[in-house]
Write a new protein. Structure first.
Length: 253
């Protein structure tokens, strides 16, 4: 009887310990709220040279005059040769990688959006919207929103530099959390992107903030040190880019 009581007590103690939250300091929360992904862009510049690398190893350059998309993801690209003015059309199935520049119009629009939300000033870098770097796309086979048949698309990698374990891709149709604004003043709060596509191992998926907790173990559960420092009952979706970066650092030692 005493043994049963002892085992029950140990079991309850273990459950309490497992459920215990980690309390972070204000400085730690501020750090975790930093948005570390690159800005996602949807409209290519037609005035700067784009580069398409096919699966057969050949490289093609020209002005990206058109992209055909499904749910915002690119399945066909048209390049216009700067000299001959002829168009070359490539299906996503042919392409391994692609480098394009965002249109100035979209960059200007995103700068305005950045300035219109006070939260951005402390969590995002405006330079990620205004820089002149090329955007990197990679061929990926994915089920759009985890509902459609698998198909190859060109998807923008938004965590280059820490994408060796988990690659995160821009979701052009992603919505954002709501904020509050008064009159013509800037928005207070909100503006957090609600969904991304990502790849870990051989699994490619669409991840919505509502499914974050259910997929937390899949994303980070193979790193016990990380799970102890950032248990899923202590973190929020707002920290997602930080968590991906931190998990990658801790996993790579």
């Amino acid at each position: 009887m005493k043994l049963k009581f002892l085992l029950l007590a140990l079991s309850l103690a273990g459950s309490v310990s497992f459920a215990q939250k980690v309390k972070y300091s204000k400085e730690e929360v501020k750090k975790m709220e930093q948005y570390l992904f690159n800005e996602g862009f949807n409209t290519p510049s037609t005035r700067k040279t784009s580069t398409v690398i096919l699966k057969d190893g050949s490289t093609h350059k020209g002005f990206c005059s058109k992209t055909d998309t499904k749910k915002g993801q690119i399945f066909e690209v048209t390049l216009k040769d700067s000299l001959t003015k002829k168009n070359e059309v490539f299906d996503a199935e042919q392409i391994a990688e692609m480098y394009i520049y965002p249109s100035n119009a979209e960059k200007i629009m995103k700068v305005g959006k950045y300035m219109g939300n006070i939260r951005n000033y402390s969590t995002k870098k405006l330079t990620k919207t205004t820089n002149s770097d090329r955007i990197y796309f990679i061929n990926q086979t994915v089920s759009l929103k985890n509902k459609k048949d698998d198909k190859e698309f060109l998807m923008q990698v938004i965590n280059p530099g820490f994408d060796d374990i988990i690659s995160v891709y821009h979701d052009p149709r992603a919505k954002e959390t709501a904020g509050v604004s008064f009159g013509y003043g800037p928005q207070l709060g909100g503006g957090v992107i609600k969904s991304y596509y990502l790849k870990k191992g051989n699994k490619v998926m669409w991840l919505h903030k509502d499914d974050f907790e259910d997929n937390y173990d899949f994303l980070f559960g193979d790193n016990a040190e990380f799970m102890k420092k950032y248990p899923k009952n202590s973190v929020e979706w707002d920290y997602f880019s930080f968590l991906i970066h931190e998990y990658t650092d801790m996993s790579n030692g």
